[in-house]
Design a protein around this ligand. Structure first.
Ligand code: GDP
Ligand code: MG
Length: 163
């Protein structure tokens, strides 16, 4: 079985940067071949002999007028439904935002397994960063830097552990 990891979060938190990290294998090229999928937001990854699929969602665009369900792209909804594991990415530098809280509520209601990923944490105090995001109620935050690769291996191992 190839678990599907779905990356979600508000715009600009580093979802696509993490996607690129997670699919930085030879297998990633496979996703570009016709017949598998032409969707650029799907990729393959492999860590420690374990294969997985990764889906990069466009993010939850902010919209003052509508509720969180309406803010979500249809693709993101479909991706969440298909997720074996959701990777909920937040930004350790900007801190917790109201939009993060809305997304957390929606993701928890989806009932899908969920890992909270605090990104952009290079050079920051990990326990302090993790503590700030604990209140989202999405479990113990995994503190990473997608840009630098810090904590990414540990993230994959934790995401794949149940499968
Ligand atoms: P997305 O909108 O969630 O897909 O975010 P992107 O992956 O496009 O990244 C948004 C911005 O955050 C870009 O300028 C990235 O270079 C930057 N970024 C992504 N990951 C990191 C990180 O680990 N550390 C820092 N400092 N910046 C990052
Ligand atoms: Mg993106």
């Amino acid at each position: 079985m190839k678990p599907t990891l779905v990356i979600v979060g508000r715009p600009n938190v580093g979802k696509s940067t993490l996607f690129n990290r997670l699919t930085r294998t030879r297998d990633a090229l496979v996703a570009d071949q016709p017949g598998l999928t032409r969707d650029r937001h799907y990729g393959h990854g492999r860590v420690g002999g374990r294969d997985y699929l990764v889906v990069d969602t466009g993010g939850f665009e902010p919209s003052a007028k509508s509720g969180i369900v309406h803010e979500m792209a249809r693709q993101a909804e479909a991706a969440i439904a298909e997720a074996d594991m959701l990777l909920f990415v937040v930004d350790g530098r900007s801190g917790l935002t109201p939009q993060d809280r809305s997304i957390a509520d929606r993701l928890r209601r989806s009932g899908r397994p969920l890992l909270l990923v605090v990104n952009k944490a290079e050079g920051m105090n990990r326990p302090v960063v993790a503590a700030e995001f604990h209140e989202l109620g999405c479990g113990a935050p995994l503190v990473i830097s997608a840009a630098h690769g810090d904590g990414v291996r540990e993230l994959v191992e934790e995401a794949l552990a149940p499968f």
